[in-house]
Design a protein around this ligand. Structure first.
Ligand code: CA
Length: 236
């Protein structure tokens, strides 16, 4: 991860102590950091500083983190911007809503800075996978995934996906006809062990289907196991 050091991370968090702690750890790892104490300031910083990743606390004064997330996902420039939410452990519903709004990952408070750093690195790793590790393109009917350009098109029209959605789709396209368990998907796409929150996969799959209606029937839920992408006819 040689070029991790050049990455800029925006931390949106109103609790000073937590903000300082995150800053300290990230800078120790070589990241550059910028920070904001409110949602509105965070949005301004995104525009102004163009960070590579955002750490977003959900509990913020005035505009909360969910609203910030929604706004970031609603403009093309930041559709792909990696977002890791900081959530309160007790508030699972907020976490689910956050993932539905397009956050790529979350870390529940109280968290260890080490965990947060590991998740940030995992997310960057997914985005930086070298195109020559695997084919540069996948095709599925009218859908084309171009790995080098990090782009998905359907009938030549681009469909903006978040980092995790892109990762999930890539894994499905690479393994047509195979049942992929939630755990496998979590490990491959999220890059670490999750503890009892395989629902994350379901949320992301649902969003993927919403964005790609042509895959609605092709991605099959396999009861109590996971998901499978239907194999296409060879002639298709
Ligand atoms: Ca807070």
């Amino acid at each position: 991860m040689s070029n991790l050091a050049s990455k800029k991370v925006l931390i949106i968090e109103d609790e000073r102590d937590i903000l300082q702690l995150i800053k300290l750890y990230l800078e120790k790892e070589g990241f550059r950091t910028v920070s904001a104490a409110t949602g509105a300031e965070g949005l301004r910083q995104v525009k102004h500083e163009k960070p590579d990743l955002v750490i977003l606390d959900l509990m913020l004064p005035e505009m909360n983190g969910l609203e910030v997330c929604k706004r970031l996902r609603s403009v093309p420039e930041t559709t792909m911007l990696p977002i890791i939410m900081l959530t309160a452990k007790a508030d699972e519903s907020d976490t689910i809503i956050g993932l539905e709004l397009g956050a790529d990952d979350y870390v529940a408070k109280p968290f260890s800075p080490k965990t947060l750093v590991a998740r940030i690195k995992a997310l960057f790793r997914r985005l930086e996978r070298k195109p020559d590790d695997s084919p540069t393109q996948y095709r599925y009917g009218t859908l084309v995934m171009d790995l080098a350009r990090h782009e998905v098109t359907v009938k030549k029209i681009e469909v903006p996906l978040t980092a995790k959605e892109f990762g999930l789709l890539e894994h499905l396209l690479r393994n047509p006809g195979r049942v992929l368990t939630r755990d496998v998907l979590l490990n491959t796409v999220w890059g670490y062990e999750y503890y009892g929150t395989t629902r994350t996969v379901d949320v992301h799959i649902r969003r993927l289907k919403q964005k790609l209606p042509s895959l609605n029937e092709a991605i099959i839920s396999v009861k109590s196991l996971g998901y499978k992408l239907k194999e296409l006819d060879r002639s298709a």
